[in-house]
Design a binder for this molecule. Structure first.
Ligand SMILES: [Zn+2]
Ligand SMILES: [Zn+2]
Length: 229
């Protein structure tokens, strides 16, 4: 096992411990000041968490595809290299085991969970419960994102996965295939893909690339636009 798989294993264990601890603290908050209305708001929070996870997956994917390199400390080998390598070998992800598939997402979740635990007792029990539901929900969907991405590349995933893909509840292979066309500048969101039209049509990502001098030449952009029509 190389050191990256060790980092993946620590990241996954760290994520699950911190997330379960947050859930326990939420139970304590609910016991202090919980009711049906709080659960209703939490359910809405979970729906928003699914959207937030999709948006964050797009932002992280965009940053990893376009900024830094494999030599960037920690994030280079753990996050940036896998995204870049994925363009050269899209099917490689289907050969990744549990640690390689889920470790880097858990690594990103850990600082967020540490931050929530740090401030948890500063706020009222009701708000702490809502915040915990939103954060734990968002991070759980982020945890699932690489698995969903992997399913989008598998030729014959399990039937319940195919059903979720067909209904558009999770990222479908046909939708994600749009990202795998050079120069890979659209459809970055890889949880449900619901926010890709919003993110792509807003032009914000191309603006960031243009400002930072990383936008590919006009020929490749024209080629991408030609493929989309
Ligand atoms: Zn990509
Ligand atoms: Zn992919």
């Amino acid at each position: 096992m190389n050191y990256l798989r060790v980092l993946d294993a620590f990241s996954i264990v760290g994520y699950f411990v911190l997330s379960a601890w947050l859930a326990l603290r939420m139970l304590g908050s609910y016991a202090l000041d919980g009711d049906g209305l709080l659960l209703f708001y939490s359910a809405i929070g979970l729906l928003l968490a699914y959207l937030a996870a999709d948006l964050l997956s797009g932002i992280v994917h965009f940053l990893a595809d376009n900024f830094g390199n494999a030599d960037t400390p920690v994030l280079g080998p753990a996050l940036i290299h896998p995204f870049r390598d994925h363009h050269d070998d899209p099917q490689g992800i289907t050969r990744h085991g549990f640690l390689e598939t889920n470790g880097n997402n858990c690594l990103i979740c850990i600082p967020v969970l540490l931050g929530i635990h740090y401030i948890y007792d500063w706020i009222s029990p009701r708000f702490a419960f809502l915040l915990g539901a939103a954060v734990n929900g968002t991070l759980a969907f982020i945890f699932l994102t690489n698995q969903i991405h992997k399913w989008a590349h598998q030729s014959s995933p399990a039937s319940f996965v195919s059903m979720l893909q067909r209904t558009g509840i999770i990222l479908s292979p046909s939708h994600h295939a749009l990202h795998h066309r050079a120069p890979h500048l659209t459809n970055y969101c890889i949880t449900s893909g619901w926010l890709n039209p919003v993110l792509d049509r807003s032009g914000i990502l191309r603006l960031i690339l243009r400002i930072s001098g990383k936008l590919p030449g006009p020929e490749s952009l024209a080629r991408e636009d030609g493929q989309r029509t």
